[in-house]
Design a protein around this ligand. Structure first.
Ligand code: HEM
Length: 348
């Protein structure tokens, strides 16, 4: 457990070796709109005690197998859960595919979701098939399976284990146009981040704590390339990037004409380990996105970054609580607003 603010130089060599080539989902289009935060309905840990008591084991068998075969499934699924909850609430609406021939694109086809990795969707579909084979008839919602899988991957990657409350129904609305105002961007200002989180019933503290998920996973060059060459139109790099990280990132991500599939790890030291290194990294100018680094530059968020960087247990406890809170956003119940899909990709 290290709270030092700067990693040894060999880390940068490792970092270069870790750069990966990944295939992307095809991009499509979407327009802006707004959504409102709904009060959480009652969820419970034992929701499926009678109807599908083995649910967590079933999902767990898929997530643990997948984690061994493709560890990127972990960050992919955790991010998928975040993108589900922030648009229309945690209702599985991110999992819906655009209907063939339809001009109304589903959330998943919004440009803001184009980099959601296919592995996340595949995991949920696999888990859903298994659950349907044992507890048939759409008893268990896709939204609950996603919440359980996200928790599994946090734990499998070395993070906290926590109980997932269940009882979410799947939403009937999935529109690409509803995504942009609700999903924060890599270049969002701290004011914008706070505003979006607040609109979901989440606090400034929740913003800092949930951003700690960036202790694992990767981002594409396009998400931070401006920081490397032309920060805020200055034609200079962002002065808040460590020079060694800057050099390494520039080698992977040229200003123009680079490979659009190249990604860099959020956490240069332990990109597959769910720990609290994210916060120490921010203090050492090793944040990857401007929105990450901003957390240590703003007085409203800086002290919590410092606290969490020092105390892994505190981060783990706070993260579990914040995930529960995020998992309660806009929860739906009943046939009026919801459904329980047998196939997560298609409405009933
Ligand atoms: C605070 C505002 C946030 C912003 C601006 C943000 C932005 C981003 C961006 C731009 C990427 C890289 C996408 C790519 O290039 O492939 C990313 C990845 C990721 N985000 Fe966030 N994010 C935020 C909050 C969160 C939260 C709350 C979570 C979960 C609790 C989360 C989990 C992840 C994970 C795990 C990845 C890595 C995905 C992968 O490697 O496949 N993020 N985020």
């Amino acid at each position: 457990m290290s709270s030092s603010s700067s990693p040894p130089p060999f880390v940068f060599t490792c970092f270069l070796m870790i750069i990966l080539l990944l295939t992307l989902n095809p991009p499509t289009t979407g327009n802006t709109t707004t959504t409102t935060h709904r009060q959480p309905r009652q969820l419970s840990v034992n929701y499926y005690a009678k109807t599908c008591p083995q649910l967590e084991q079933l999902v767990g068998s898929v997530t643990s197998q997948q984690f061994k075969e493709a560890p990127v499934s972990g960050p992919a699924t955790i991010r998928l859960f975040f993108h589900d909850c922030f648009v229309e609430g945690c209702d599985g609406s991110i999992l819906i595919s655009t209907a063939p021939g339809s001009k109304v694109f589903a959330e998943k086809d919004s440009p803001d979701n184009k980099n959601l990795r296919a592995e996340g969707f595949e995991i949920i579909n696999k888990a859903k098939s298994l659950v349907e084979s044992k507890c048939p008839g759409g008893v268990v919602s896709c939204a609950d399976i996603l919440a359980i899988a996200a928790r599994d991957f946090v734990h499998l990657a070395g993070g906290p284990n926590y109980q997932v409350k269940k009882g979410r129904w799947d939403g009937k609305i999935s529109m690409a146009t509803r995504v942009p105002p609700n999903i924060p961007r890599a270049n969002s200002t701290i004011d914008q981040l706070i505003k979006i989180f607040k609109s979901k019933g989440l606090t400034i503290e929740d913003l800092v704590i949930l951003s700690g998920a960036h202790t694992i996973g990767f981002a594409h060059c396009e998400q931070f390339v401006n920081r490397l060459y032309d920060f805020h139109g200055t034609k200079q790099p962002d002065p808040t990037i460590d020079p060694r990280l800057l050099k390494a990132l520039k080698m992977s991500c040229p200003h123009y004409g680079g490979n659009a599939d190249i990604v860099a790890p959020f956490d240069v030291t332990t990109p597959f380990l769910f720990d609290h290194a994210y916060y120490a990294n921010l203090q050492g100018k090793l944040g990857l996105l401007a929105s990450d680094q901003a957390l240590v530059l703003d007085p409203r968020t800086k002290s919590l970054v410092q606290e969490l960087g020092k105390d892994k247990q505190k981060f783990f406890q706070a993260f579990a609580v914040a995930m529960d809170k995020m998992g309660s956003i806009g929860v739906k119940r009943g046939k009026k607003h919801g459904e329980r899909r047998k196939d997560c990709s298609f409405h009933m």
